[in-house]
Design a protein around this ligand. Sequence first.
Ligand code: SAM
Ligand code: SF4
Length: 484
Amino acid sequence: MFELLTEKVHDEGRQGEAFAPVIADVHTDKKFYIESYGCQMNFADSEIVASILHDHGFGATRNFEEADLILLNTCSIREKAEQTVRKRLSDLRKVKEHNPGALIGVLGCMAERLKSKFLEEEKLVDIVVGPDAYRTLPALITEAGTGQKAVNVLLSREETYSDISPIRLDSNGVTAFVSIMRGCNNMCAFCVVPFTRGRERSRDAYSIVEECRQLFERGYREVTLLGQNVDSYHWMSPDGNETITFAKLLELVAKVDPLLRVRFSTSHPKDITDEVLFTMARYDNICKYIHLPVQSGSNRILQLMNRTYTREWYMAKIDRIREIMPDCGISSDIIAGFCTETEEDHMDTLRLMEFSRYDYGYMFFYSERPGTLAARRYTDDVPEEVKKRRLDEIVKLQRQLSHESHMGDVGKVYQVLIEGDSKKSTNDWMGRNTQNKVVVFPKPAASKKGDYVDVRIDVCTGGTLIGTAVGTISSKLILTENSN
Ligand code: SAM
Ligand code: SF4
């Protein structure tokens, strides 16, 4: 299977990343090791799991050979993601040979999809836990410790883990993910998420704001609010007197501090409102970047996909975003070769990409997932070589669009939040501008991670802007309504 990403939504660089906490770990007797696959949501969930385990006497290790408990937090979104986990499990067989007492657990979407079948298929696995059952992990570990296999894949209509303070794993200390809701009610025909993550539910707004405040106090300078469809965030206080929409939540988080940047992902084209766009425009610390997955540019395919919008609706949203925020970065997810897709449908996708002028694209070819609406209703009838060729064309066009977008930044000055050393040189910083573009520049004297720096863009290479710091390092306030 072939699959290509030009940037990071399902951060390929982080797939299978082994986590260790940034804070000193007091627990040394029992150790857990966790690897995460898939979307940002899964990485955020691993931090909740770490917190639950920490409270039950487990310390984290980055070395699975010394772990008493090895966990894989899995993804089911495409077949390739599941194959990666299967392969990883076969690597872990050796660990069991050396340390038969070690327990192996599978968490996340693949656990939810396969349930106890997982135990039959993969004899190595001792524990299977779905995304809504992490609180029961300590009891499941005890059960598995007695030699029994332990499974909990119950989905919940309420669980949001809102009271659990995630332990930040492998963090740069500057940017963090904050989960604001779970599940999805949308039933896009190709997608397994509603089956693996259950019904949509919104987390207590004040627990979100508090988590962001605490992150800021600990030196973090950017939070990304996560949900499968953030625009349908809707929280009502237990007394029923207060309702908080996504626009209101954005505002509450933006007001934590003008120096805290706010991002969010993912927006659904049918749900993103003018209220959200105007809130973004009003606060300088809400980043001007929207990930607005289109999936296809053909009305016929969009209908089969059950996306509930048309290409005309989508184009009107793009126009509206640019009208309200002319400098807003926009990216998209695109699926090539969905059931019955013709050359004309594919051309519609390419034309829509040209219209939207995406800064980034995350592009996949269709992978049928068991149990989804598409798997039940339609035939996966586009031959693999055609899917591959269409994906190639989509990727090629996106490269050109990304290049044009990045070239347009040369000569401009952007405020960049420093996230850490650049990959290539410790003499350079790497950060992002508000549009989420990666900027690399030589370290000015006395600058440090978490500072805001004004950087003039000199050139661009691939997906990276290369620049020079100009003026002073701004711990200066970003002007927002809050600071006026
Ligand atoms: N909730 C988000 C949305 O609606 O855009 C993202 C969901 S999913 C985790 C991320 C992306 O994976 C989707 O936007 C879609 O492009 C892609 N995807 C989902 N199911 C797929 C499938 N069966 N085959 C190929 N790509 C798929
Ligand atoms: Fe899947 Fe659609 Fe929900 Fe996104 S909105 S998670 S693509 S069902």
